[in-house]
Design a protein around this ligand. Structure first.
Ligand code: TC6
Ligand code: FAD
Length: 674
């Protein structure tokens, strides 16, 4: 919706009623998701400035624009935002400049400005991420100011036509020529063509390129290099560079995801990204502390995705919950007025566990972010990298779990809005199409689950030998002495049920791996033959992490009793929702009995009823501006039917009563049948 309005405080009677009684302080919850009162204040100031700026509005709804118009419109806004942040005095007051742009693009506000992708997204995300996280200090001094000011625009090009997942299989080469002190970047085959990177097609003048490093005939594996793709000023693609856009996609079509080929393009040796590995002038290769440090930008982005999908779930739950309070349908009692659909327990079961999931995701993402910062600190200090496997496994687990949960959750929110949820103006289709690729990019989820399983199996074997365990698998140490069944159904009891199920699943799959090996199967094939089970155990371990973090976050919470109480209920709901969904697994492992499952299902119904009166207040507490929601069904005022009608009026087909197509096609047909 091309919204012009700012927050309207009128709301329909259904929502007035929902908002009349609220048992908790909404602002306290808003502050949690902003990361503190100060951030809430900054965000609100920022959104007031941004949303009242006519230059950041869309001239027509993007759904009615062509591919080129969408790209141009988003690029116009992205560049305007950059200029505005550099010059607008109102924004200097709240800390304008490049850091603030980065802050804004790493917040939920980016979804309000750019409705379906942003050609500069990769610049602010992975290009700057590679400069700041992967370049030496001298390199940063050279590249960072140019990238921050927009003098150069960059992207991150790793995936090729032939290989996305298997990085060691990348075909682009960077061959060192000691005579000229240059690397030669080359795409030897069609499958070596870089394919997918955001902002690559028409926007970026530079790229971080992942290529196999060759020195004197030896391959040192994939490493990052900075390559200039387009000329300054004219922006023409440079000699030896073939670059363009890859065409329409399921969503995110305002971005210019691109392809790129190199024909023996020479770059200075110092364009190799050299914080971790280096190549000296004489061709000596200096090894990094860990070969996987060059994968660091991906790890950072996986952490970012956990937050990003959480914002998408906040948007979808806000829309579906408000709509469920406004929509009346069918009857609970024959002859009575049609109830709000949120009165149906099945509707509550759609929205409330997803609201609880927002909290669960947020707390686990926060812990992951702290682990990331800890590892970064250690890398910068040059200290040991003990926590690197933990960070890798947890970031893979949570990125895979949250991207799946949220994509599924958004789909449930859309279905929960009936037919209107299918309309573009509800914004649920676009929220879905811009979230579902997070299951593929930054590591295809099945592949990430298998990385988690690798870590689990290794840790399980370590535990059996009494070895050192990383924090997320510290619970493995008890596995030989523990009985399987849990006796109490408290939150910590249920967390323990997950632990025991993971251990039981691991025990079984480790046994199967062992058996295959003893039968003479090579380990890799035994692994493949067990991989469905391995993925399953990785998923249960990930759910364990999230449940455990939710319980721990609440144990530390020091806010008001009202907020504490509602979060306790949400945590309990998340636990029971998860356990009852996974009951087959918990029953099979012997952690739960059927009677215990019945008790939990009863409690689930009670929790839904207890939380139902707070549903609208809970989503209000996310404090999402109408521009962030961009939805006919989810706006704060709940004026759903007028909004739906007004949006329909914007369809270009409604400009005339009888369209030209009638005269061209239909009239001849209808005439001939007269
Ligand atoms: C936002 C929108 C924009 C989107 C952008 C993109 O999509 S950009 C494109 C995004 N593209 C993708 O995301 C591509 C996804 N693919 C990949 O990330 C990798 O190819 C891989 C991780 C699947 C395998 O890598 P491999 O074949 O090199 O490794 P291996 O399996 O042989 O394991 C060897 C050891 O390395 C360990 N280890 C591995 N990674 C890490 C790490 N990051 N840190 C630390 N450790 C790591 C692993 O645990 C194992 O340890 P162990 O057990 O020996 O102690
Ligand atoms: C919207 C979008 C934006 C993107 N942006 C960028 C970008 O900016 N920069 C960039 O470099 N890339 C980008 N990508 C590419 C993305 O990172 C890759 O698509 C992703 O890593 C998956 O790789 P693939 O496409 O080669 O899939 P494949 O690896 O070919 O996966 C296909 C199937 O094979 C299975 N499979 C593969 N390997 C294994 C295995 N070892 N074990 C079991 N199953 C396996 C997978 O599970 C999957 O089911 C983007 C992709 C999308 C969709």
């Amino acid at each position: 919706m091309a919204g012009k309005q700012v927050q309207v405080r009128f709301c329909v009677p259904d929502l007035q009623k929902e908002r009349a009684n609220c048992s908790f302080n909404k602002e306290e919850i808003t502050n949690i998701f902003d990361g503190g009162e100060h951030n809430t204040e900054t965000r609100r100031k920022l959104q007031n400035i941004i949303f009242s700026d006519p230059n950041l509005q869309d001239p027509i709804p993007p759904d009615y624009m062509s591919h080129e118009q969408r790209y141009e419109n988003e690029l116009r806004k992205a560049v305007y935002v950059m200029k505005k942040f550099m010059t607008d005095p109102q924004l200097q007051d709240i800390g304008g400049g490049p850091e603030a742009i980065k802050w804004m693009y790493n917040s939920i506000l980016r979804h309000a400005i750019h409705k379906d992708g942003n050609p500069l997204m990769l610049h602010f995300g992975m290009f700057l991420g590679a400069i700041m996280g992967q370049m030496s200090e001298e390199q940063q001094a050279e590249w960072l100011p140019k990238a921050m000011s927009g003098e150069i625009i960059g992207t991150y090009t790793q995936t090729e036509l032939g290989h996305g997942t298997f990085l060691r299989g990348l075909e682009t080469t960077a061959t060192y020529d000691p005579v000229t002190d240059e690397f030669i970047i080359h795409s030897p085959t069609i499958t070596a063509t870089k394919w997918w990177p955001g902002g690559l097609g028409k926007t970026s003048s530079f790229a971080v390129v992942m290529a196999q490093l060759h020195i004197r005939g030896q391959n040192y594996g994939p490493h990052p290099f900075v390559v200039q793709l387009r000329e300054h000023v004219t922006h023409a693609s440079r000699p030896g560079i073939t670059v363009g856009e890859i065409g329409p996609r399921l969503g995110l079509n305002s971005n210019d995801n691109g392809f790129l080929r190199f024909d023996n393009v020479r770059i200075p040796r110092t364009n190799m990204v050299m914080k971790h590995s280096k190549v000296l002038k004489d061709g000596t290769y200096v090894k990094p502390k860990s070969a996987k440090l060059s994968y660091g930008v991906m790890v950072l982005t996986r952490v970012g995705i956990c937050y990003d999908v959480c914002w998408q779930l906040m948007r979808a739950t806000t829309i579906a919950t408000r709509y469920a309070a406004v929509r009346h349908q069918s009857e609970l009692e024959v002859g009575e007025a049609e109830p709000q659909i949120i009165e149906y327990q099945t509707q509550q079961y759609k929205v409330l566990p997803m609201i609880a999931s927002v909290y669960a995701i947020w707390f686990a993402a926060d812990t992951l972010r702290h682990t990331y910062m800890e590892v970064q600190k250690n890398i910068n200090k040059g200290s040991d990298l003990d926590l690197l496997p933990e960070l890798h496994a947890s970031s893979c687990a949570l990125k895979a779990l949250f991207s799946t949960d949220v994509t599924d959750g958004i789909s449930v929110m859309r279905l929960g809005c009936g037919g209107h949820g299918y309309l573009a103006s509800s914004n649920l289709p676009r929220i879905y199409t811009s979230t579902t690729p997070s299951q593929t990019y930054e590591g295809e989820n099945t592949v990430l689950w298998l990385q988690v399983a690798r870590f689990l199996i290794k840790s399980f074997r370590e535990a059996s030998k009494g070895g050192r365990l990383q924090p997320s698998v510290a619970y493995f140490k008890n596995h030989q002495t523990q009985t399987r069944r849990i006796t109490d159904l408290s939150n910590s009891g249920l967390v323990s049920g997950y632990e025991r199920s993971v251990l039981s699943m691991l025990e079984a799959v480790a046994k199967q791996l062992q058996q295959y090996s003893e039968e003479g199967m090579r380990y890799e094939h035994a692994w493949n033959a067990c991989s469905v089970r391995l993925v399953n155990v990785a998923k249960v371990h990930a759910r364990y992490i999230v449940c455990d973090q939710f319980v721990k976050a609440l144990a530390k919470y020091e806010g008001s009793s009202g907020v504490r109480q509602i979060m306790d209920q949400l945590c309990r709901l998340y636990m029971i929702y998860s356990v009852t969904n996974d009951q087959g697994i918990l029953l099979k492992s012997g952690a739960l009995t059927p009677d215990q499952c019945n008790l939990l299902e009863e409690e689930l119904g009670e929790l839904l009823a207890a939380l139902r009166p707070e549903a609208v207040n809970l989503v209000d507490a996310f404090d999402l501006h109408d521009e962030v929601l961009d939805s006919t069904l989810g706006a704060w005022d709940g004026d759903v039917y007028n909004r739906l009608y007004n949006e329909a009026m914007k369809s270009p087909l409604n400009k005339v009563d009888v369209p030209d197509a009638y005269y061209k096609y239909l009239q001849p047909l209808m005439k001939s049948n007269l």
